[in-house]
Design a binder for this molecule. Structure first.
Ligand SMILES: Cc1cc2nc3c(=O)[nH]c(=O)nc-3n(C[C@H](O)[C@H](O)[C@H](O)COP(=O)(O)OP(=O)(O)OC[C@H]3O[C@@H](n4cnc5c(N)ncnc54)[C@H](O)[C@@H]3O)c2cc1C
Length: 475
């Protein structure tokens, strides 16, 4: 067995590992990236983000076509439509993204090794190829970026034919007439609303009282209302007793209490688990934490010197967007380079129909931090662009501290995941919500919602002078 030495060895070529490798190579280091799949890109490109967003684009376009043309033309989805044909662009999108990522590695001189990596020593990894050959590599710095896979909940007999998980869902041949979704987290809500938008009868079951509990309830309540308007149904506080394929035509889901749901297909979207088992972490002295993730500090260092971990393998927020940033930051820290100011401002984009997005504090968080919060809202139906684009169902909500400094933005509606970045930059610039009023916005745009919401909020903000007077009076 030959051993090769590198400055940096990255295990996993998803968004987190990819960005870590590129960052190391740009800093002039000799970098190797190990990937067990044939192509680079990880779950993001092959099972998660890119495929789900490609299907969503078709679903939203069909719906928007009808709405935006004022219903003058009807789009009818044939009964026997194949899921594949709703994603005709998928192969092109995946190929384009994968080759872009592979080109980037090549251009930056990152070496690639196709095979499964496992630790055989402290920073020594054996990479076994599909033909059984093994190569050993060592690295001064090892980055673990092996990602995650769907959790297989006990008692849910996933067969990938009738009862699927979020990785196998899009391998369905025909669009089902009905779908039960277990869970109400980000992935569950995205798929539930995408399939409802395609005319599938969707029931979403979850033990929580509302979906995506960490989002502002004003957004999630509106999401549930819009989901139900599309024909979906959300059942809260639902404890699943059993799930079984009846052997003939339906998946039967029974709740504690007896209520039953029958559907063509069921998808379990009840969280993800880290890909750590096959890494032989014990060879390094590392062990996953009680939830199965690798524990790291603020610089993404594990407790073993020279080994970092980034992306889904370290747990929440488990997003491609945050994984990329973690990969870059981990390598910068390890090489003593400036990673830029640390930021708590992680934007969250949820690609439901319609989208939801959030950055900074929610209203409830602002109230608990400042005692009170100033809130301004823009309903998309108040915006010319909202009317023109038939996107009237949206809401943009600004949250400010009592003196009017912006502390958070929450949006539900078309373009929410793009619009949020205006708010993110305003937060980074520590702007007052007056900045949205003092500056012109393109018209007609949805971004104009920032102005409308700021005007709404300003009607309630106390001037700084008033706050000072109040504080003095309280002293
Ligand atoms: C349905 C769905 C929709 C999503 N939508 C979004 C979204 O809209 N926006 C967003 O930001 N995020 C989204 N995500 C999350 C996003 O896909 C993940 O957060 C992201 O892919 C994690 O990146 P990663 O690099 O940590 O791991 P991964 O992308 O999982 O990549 C890990 C890689 O490591 C490889 N690997 C594992 N073990 C080994 C080994 N021992 N040796 C060699 N290689 C190995 C795997 O083959 C894989 O290629 C979505 C996820 C799902 C499932």
């Amino acid at each position: 067995v030959t051993t090769r030495h590198y400055d940096i060895v990255v295990v996993g070529s998803g968004p987190s590992g990819h960005k870590a490798a590129i960052c190391g190579a740009k800093a002039g280091r000799r970098v190797l990236i190990i990937e067990e799949e044939r192509g680079v890109g990880g779950a993001c490109v092959h099972q998660g983000t890119i495929p789900s967003k490609t299907l969503r684009e078709t679903a939203v376009t069909i719906r928007q076509f009808q709405r935006r043309t004022g219903g003058i033309l009807d789009v009818v989805i044939p009964d026997d439509v194949q899921v594949r044909s709703l994603m005709v662009k998928l192969d092109d999108v995946v190929r384009a993204h994968e080759s872009f990522m592979a080109d980037q590695l090549r251009r930056n001189g990152v070496e690639r090794l196709h095979g499964r990596g496992r630790f055989v020593g402290l920073r020594e990894i054996e990479v076994r190829g599909v033909d059984g050959t093994a190569i050993r590599v060592t690295g001064d710095l090892v980055i673990i970026a092996t990602g995650s896979r769907p959790r297989v909940p006990e008692g849910i007999p996933i067969d990938h034919e009738h009862i699927l998980d979020s990785d196998s869902l899009l391998s369905m041949i025909y669009l089902p007439r009905s779908l039960t979704v277990l869970g109400a987290g980000v992935i569950a809500c995205e798929y539930a609303s995408i399939f409802a938008c395609l005319g599938v009868e969707v029931v979403m079951l979850d033990k929580a009282p509302r979906p995506i509990g960490f989002l502002d309830p004003e957004l999630t309540f509106r999401f549930v209302r819009l989901f139900e308007q599309m024909g979906g149904r959300f059942v809260a506080n639902a404890v699943v007793e059993s799930v079984e394929w009846d052997g003939v035509s339906a998946v039967v889901t029974t709740l504690k209490g007896g209520e039953q749901f029958r559907s063509d297909k069921l998808v379990s979207a009840l969280g993800r688990v880290a890909n750590v088992e096959r890494l032989d972490l014990s060879q390094t002295g590392l062990a996953p934490n009680s939830r199965g993730f690798i524990e790291v500090d603020a610089q993404y260092r594990t407790k073993v010197p020279g080994i970092c971990a980034v992306g889904d393998v370290i747990g929440a927020p488990s997003l491609a967007s945050t994984g990329m940033d973690q990969g870059r930051r981990a390598v910068c820290h390890a090489l003593g380079l400036d990673p830029g100011a640390p930021t708590e401002l992680v934007p969250l984009g949820v690609y439901t129909v319609p989208e939801m997005s959030s950055v900074g504090l929610t209203e409830a968080e602002a109230v608990s931090r400042f005692g009170q919060a100033v809130v301004g809202r823009a309903q998309f139906h108040e915006l010319a662009r909202g009317q023109i684009s038939s996107a009237q169902d949206g809401l943009l909500k600004l949250v400010a501290d009592p003196a009017g400094k912006l502390v958070g933005v929450q949006i539900i509606g078309e373009g929410a995941a793009e619009l949020i970045h205006v708010g993110q930059m305003a937060l980074l610039g520590r702007l007052d919500i007056r900045a949205f009023v003092d500056n012109a916005f393109n018209f007609p745009t949805l971004a104009e919602g920032y102005r409308v919401a700021a005007l709404d909020a300003l009607a309630r903000v106390k001037t700084t002078a008033e706050v000072v007077v109040e504080k003095r009076a309280a002293m």
